[in-house]
Design a protein. Structure first.
Length: 109
């Protein structure tokens, strides 16, 4: 019996999948507005995100699901959302570093 072999393209395939999810998540201005709102480092509820981005509660919930699946936000207790701590910008800066890409949020609005 042959030992299992590693496929050399496994890591790039996962990276490509992650980048596709991120690109899809960043394809809508409402999600950019949500990321800008969360870039302060504070948690926000779906209702707060709906108000900040100018959409309904239902649409905000759907947008947050897309952002969460892409790894751009995390959901905590009580359905509160935030940008993962390791990616938060330095206070006073509007640049979020997701390692795959840098997001400039100062022009969003």
């Amino acid at each position: 019996m042959k030992p299992p072999t590693e496929t050399p393209n496994a890591a790039p395939a996962e990276s490509n999948r992650t980048l596709k999810l991120m690109a899809r998540a960043l394809a809508h201005i409402t999600r950019w507005k949500m990321l800008k709102e969360l870039s302060t480092g504070e948690t926000r509820s779906i209702d707060e995100m709906a108000k900040a981005s100018g959409c309904t509660y239902a649409n905000a919930a759907r947008h947050l699901i897309v952002l969460r699946r892409a790894g751009l936000v995390v959901q905590g207790r009580g359905r509160l959302y935030q940008i993962p701590r390791q990616h938060l910008p330095t206070p006073g800066q509007a640049v979020v570093d997701y390692r795959h890409c840098l997001l400039r949020l100062d022009q969003v609005g």
